[in-house]
Design a protein around this ligand. Structure first.
Ligand code: UT7
Length: 326
């Protein structure tokens, strides 16, 4: 039994936070942001009390509509996210309830920018073990809820969005072929939120100290990200005897165009086989990969080899090889 993606859904909010608008908020300029990151604008979810579920629900609903799916048939919903509506419970429960998936259980998976990739492996295993027939895997983040808009070194990077896939099973040699997932806790202090967790619960001090926002030492993260993401892509190719000619598409996490370029160079593949939408969405954390799948879905062809790859806080990173199934 092979796990295959049989539908993709996505959602990005309407409001575009452009580099020009950022120029009015922080000491930056369009040229610097574009050259250093590749980003021109990012989408921001507006509206008081609109949490990440506000974006996940329409993304999953698209899948239900496309496939004419009875939500009662969904067995499980896994959401890779760092920005659930609440610290607890997981947003997956809310999503299941709101789409009418009464037979499904759900849980959130915390792996920062690698949340979708890690959740995909878990979901694929649930299908391939024949435990479940239909699993929804989501990657979604409302980064604007945890970004410090006075920190010019991080706020220009992030945006909001949600993407989702439906996993089902097939006897054909398609879908989920292999996955290499990695994490290294020694990188924690370079990219994390200082306050709000159980080691440093919310208090006046954490609020006054602006500790409920993303803290990142950009250069340190950049160095490790380039090495790790490119390295794991080459590893999965070697492990499976895949040459650069065998790779039809690379779907990389969209954190920085320079990290993507370095990965493409190491894999020695051409740029027209790489999904890139960082210029318009920025880094949507767990949502970058499913949003690329959503945007490129019509270009993928049955049987094509696709490598999905990510790097993020934790550190967490990985590469997954799939054969597109439709
Ligand atoms: O998805 C999770 C993983 N995250 C990542 O992969 C992000 C990894 N890091 C990066 O993408 C990059 O490190 C950044 C885009 C965050 C920063 O780019 P950089 O080339 O590493 O810049 P830098 O931090 O070395 O800063 C260079 C200069 C500094 O000025 P000085 O000290 O040379 O005078 C910064 O203060 O650029 C300055 N700078 C800015 N200038 C204009 C930093 N941010 C800005 C800004 N606008 N927004």
């Amino acid at each position: 039994m092979q796990a295959i993606i049989t539908a993709v859904g996505g959602y990005v909010p309407e409001y575009r936070l452009t580099n020009q608008v950022l120029e009015t908020i922080i000491d930056t300029n369009d040229e610097w942001i574009k050259t250093r990151t590749g980003i021109s604008e990012r989408r921001i979810l507006q509206g008081k009390h609109n949490g990440v579920s506000t974006m996940i629900i329409p993304a999953v609903q698209q899948i239900i509509d496309k496939k004419n799916l009875d939500p009662m048939e969904i067995d499980c919903i896994i959401c890779g996210t760092t920005t659930a509506d609440n610290v607890f419970p997981g947003v997956s429960n809310e999503v299941a309830y709101r789409i009418g998936a009464k037979n499904a259980y759900g849980f959130d998976l915390s792996a920062a920018c690698s949340g979708f990739l890690f959740a995909l492996t878990v979901g694929a295993n649930l299908i391939e073990s024949k435990r479940h027939k239909k699993v929804i895997v989501v990657g979604a983040d409302k980064m604007s809820s945890i970004v410090n808009y006075s920190d010019r070194t991080t706020c220009m990077l992030f945006g909001d969005g949600a993407g989702a896939v439906l996993l089902e099973g097939t006897e054909e040699k398609l879908g989920f072929m292999d996955s290499i997932l990695r994490s290294d806790g020694s990188g924690k202090d370079f990219l994390y939120m200082k306050g709000g967790g159980s080691s440093n619960p919310p208090s006046f001090d954490t609020v006054l100290g602006n500790q409920h926002v993303v803290f990142q030492e950009g250069q340190q993260v950049f160095k490790v990200a380039v090495k790790a993401m490119a390295g794991v892509c080459v590893d999965i190719m070697k492990k499976n005897n895949l040459s650069n000619k065998d790779i039809d598409w690379l779907v990389p996490h969209q954190a920085n165009l320079r990290i993507i370029n370095a990965t493409v160079e190491r894999m020695d593949i051409s740029m027209d086989r790489v999904t890139i939408n960082i210029e318009k969405f920025g880094n949507t954390t767990a949502a970058t990969i499913p949003l690329c799948l959503w945007e490129w879905e019509k270009k993928f062809k049955k049987g094509q080899n696709i490598i999905l790859t990510s790097f993020g806080g934790g550190f967490t990173w990985g590469a997954t090889w799939i054969k597109w199934a439709y």
